[in-house]
Design a protein around this ligand. Structure first.
Ligand code: BLA
Length: 297
């Protein structure tokens, strides 16, 4: 297995994926997701780059998928996510790491299906008991600096948003956090009870579709994917693999969900942030209550 120049020798995000799949397999039967067939053997147009794409479903998970990118002595990427079936209101497991020899940019979270400031019941149900995790990692993996208000609304009070210099110790801290967060997510999955109200299932489906729609349009990884596999390859990978469901779980368009991005000619503004506001420090208190003050820029 190739180690990564950016991660310290012998380190690889493959280990993260193996751990998560192994643990999931202990609890449920993984069935290959239809998207796997098309993307399993996806190839980069640069010889030094290896892409690895895997996707599965289980009785409770609609889509469990993983993409890693390994460039010899250069960029290493992990994009791992788990989306439950709409009969469950489980948070979306989200582990994203982009590592170059200079720095690693990381988001690790149980992204809430419902905004935790607005939906106190959802915050209580999933996050209240997890707040000690924030404390556990706040020194090892500190707040990564300004983050846009647009990204923040998809994050939970326990999000690990961090930027660090690649080193063995930092990579180890991230692995430890990944393990903790994924085990918590699996516990939630095990305990999740199937919703029977059609109204609630529809609501869960739409919330997941809104999330997929955002990420499929605004993923910061898109330019790199485009460079590695070309524009149409990158589009397919985003819509049919990474954020599969964006074309089938709902019918609303990006601009119907996020009208502030509409331009006069009806196209979507390419900017990532319209509000131009960001958060330079963790905007939740130790109980998970939002106490943030956005600053300009
Ligand atoms: C940068 N990736 C970032 C940043 C964030 C994320 C927050 C910092 C820049 C910013 O504030 O936008 C990740 N943002 C997220 C995630 C969510 C979000 C997970 O809103 C979820 C709601 N990153 C990847 C993959 C690649 C990648 C797969 O996850 C490459 C294939 C690359 N991310 C990447 C690069 C940067 C980045 C190159 C730095 C360049 C930039 O900021 O545009």
């Amino acid at each position: 297995m190739s180690g990564g120049g950016g991660l310290g020798s012998g380190c690889s995000y493959q280990k993260f994926v193996h751990f998560a799949l192994e643990q999931t397999r202990h609890r449920s039967t993984l069935v290959p997701h239809p998207s796997q067939e098309k993307f399993r053997f996806i190839k980069a147009n640069e010889d030094n780059t290896v892409l690895n794409a895997l996707s599965f479903s289980t009785s409770k998970i609609r889509l469990l998928r993983s993409l890693t990118i390994e460039q010899k002595n250069s960029v290493q990427v992990l994009d791992f996510a788990a989306f439950s079936r709409p009969e469950y209101d489980l948070p979306i497991f989200c582990a994203n790491a982009f590592s170059s020899p200079a720095r690693s940019i990381v988001v690790l979270d149980l992204n809430p299906l419902y905004d935790t400031t607005e939906h106190k019941d959802y915050r209580e149900k999933y996050y209240r008991a997890l707040m000690p995790l924030v404390h556990k990692y706040s020194e090892l993996l500190p707040w990564g600096g300004k983050i846009t208000s647009e990204s923040l609304r998809f994050f939970s009070p326990i999000v690990i948003w961090t930027v660090f210099e690649p080193s063995e110790a930092n990579h180890q801290a991230l692995y430890s956090a990944f393990v903790d967060y994924y085990m918590v997510w699996l516990e939630f999955m095990d305990g999740a009870v199937r919703e029977s109200s059609k109204e609630k299932i529809d609501r869960n489906r739409e919330a997941q579709h809104k999330y997929l729609t955002w990420r499929a349009e605004k993923d910061p990884g898109y330019p790199l994917l485009k460079k590695l596999i070309g524009e149409s390859g990158a589009k397919d990978l985003v819509r049919e693999f990474l954020f599969e469901g964006v074309g089938s779980l709902g019918t609303k368009s990006f601009l119907e969900y996020f009208a502030e991005y509409a331009q006069e000619d009806g196209t979507v503004n390419k900017k990532r942030s319209m509000a131009g506001k960001s958060f330079g420090t963790r905007p939740w208190d130790a109980h998970g209550l939002f106490v943030g003050d956005a600053v300009d820029g």
